[in-house]
Design a protein around this ligand. Structure first.
Ligand code: SAM
Ligand code: SF4
Length: 323
């Protein structure tokens, strides 16, 4: 299944909720957003039906995201239903990690393959400041729980903000020395409600890698066996894990984009940013086939995003589009 630019599309990111137990400063306002009414949100059966109809067209890999997917009740039952669909080879989860210590093992037992944990600080006070919620939780405990449950690979995603957490770049990089985790630094994107963040808070990846090189020799590396996505990987000498950089701002990777997104209310988005989305929920509820809509949406997948032309605050938050 190819789009108009010859990019194969085999990867669907599924948002199961737009709600969250965090209020990360770069993602959503402290008071929250206008949440979708519950009746607008796809049921687990409806999500499964969308995937069942798209799998024969080439869909192979899924990522469950949000909002915070682990706050939706019975997430394990969705994983079990998706895992039972022939052709689906890989199911990943993006989470802030708060519920992983209790959920990692049941999610793995239900068929979850791997996990990305968002972790913007290793210092308890700062974790609470960035998340603007305090659950007395630590991302390293979440990553350990994920590894112990057999989720593999375990990736940690760090949004780097100058003057806020960039003094922890080296600490995050050091985690890879002893642990087989993939720590990925993500450039801040000018989306959603960014509190007081501006382009000045963006730390370009070249600067980031130069700083990590001060703690040890960095060499380009293959990265995790599964789900390499848009990151470029490196390894510190002798390290068990790798260091990735994801650079939506300083280098775009739209040319190799292999993904589409399903929002919690059942809209298919072929690009993270751009107005183009196709309503799958209403046809699904009316019993109409989704295949023609999917083919049409792919034909219109934009060549690249236009984040660099955007004003800060001018775009929907990643939590609303299934980031
Ligand atoms: N709640 C889950 C989590 O935090 O992993 C899943 C949804 S969250 C929207 C997905 C990813 O988007 C997280 O890794 C988060 O750090 C990232 N993200 C959100 N807003 C961002 C922004 N303005 N710039 C860069 N990354 C952002
Ligand atoms: Fe919630 Fe994830 Fe957004 Fe943070 S980044 S507010 S955890 S959806």
């Amino acid at each position: 299944m190819k789009d108009q630019f010859g990019r194969g599309i085999e990867y669907l990111r599924i948002s199961v909720t737009d709600r969250c137990n965090f209020r990360c400063v770069y993602c959503m306002p402290e008071h929250g957003l206008d949440w979708l009414p519950k009746t607008d949100i796809l049921s687990y059966e409806e999500i499964t039906e969308v995937v069942r109809q798209l799998a024969p067209l080439g869909l192979r890999r899924l990522r469950i995201t949000g909002g915070e997917p682990t706050i939706r009740p019975e997430l394990t039952s969705l994983i079990r239903m998706l895992k039972a669909i022939p052709d689906i080879e890989d199911i990943a989860l993006s989470t802030n990690g708060v519920k992983l210590p209790e959920l990692a093992a049941p999610l793995r037992a239900a068929g979850l393959d791997r996990v990305n944990i968002s972790a913007d600080s290793l210092r308890p006070e700062r974790i609470a400041q960035i998340a603007r919620r305090n659950f007395a939780f630590h991302p390293v405990d979440a990553a350990r729980a994920a590894s112990a449950a057999g989720l593999d690979p375990v990736k940690m995603n760090v949004v780097v903000m100058r003057g806020i957490n960039d003094d922890e770049i080296e600490d995050f990089a050091r985690l890879t020395l002893e642990n087989p985790w993939h720590v990925r630094f993500i450039e801040l994107m000018p989306v959603g409600d960014m509190a007081n963040l501006t382009f000045e808070h963006v730390v370009p990846s070249d600067e980031l890698l130069a700083r990590i090189s001060t703690i040890g020799a960095l060499t380009p590396s293959a990265g995790p066996a599964k789900g390499n996505g848009p990151a470029a990987y490196h390894r510190l000498a002798g390290a068990a894990g790798t260091i990735g950089v994801i650079t939506p701002m300083s280098h775009t990777y739209c040319g190799t984009c292999n993904r589409v997104r399903l929002t919690a209310d059942g809209r298919l988005r072929t690009c993270l940013y751009g107005d183009h989305e196709v309503n799958l929920r209403d046809p699904l509820r009316a019993g109409d086939p989704l295949e023609p809509l999917f083919i049409k949406a792919l034909a219109e997948k934009p060549k690249e995003h236009n984040l660099l032309q955007m004003q800060v605050g001018g775009l929907r938050a990643l939590s609303q589009v299934g980031g």
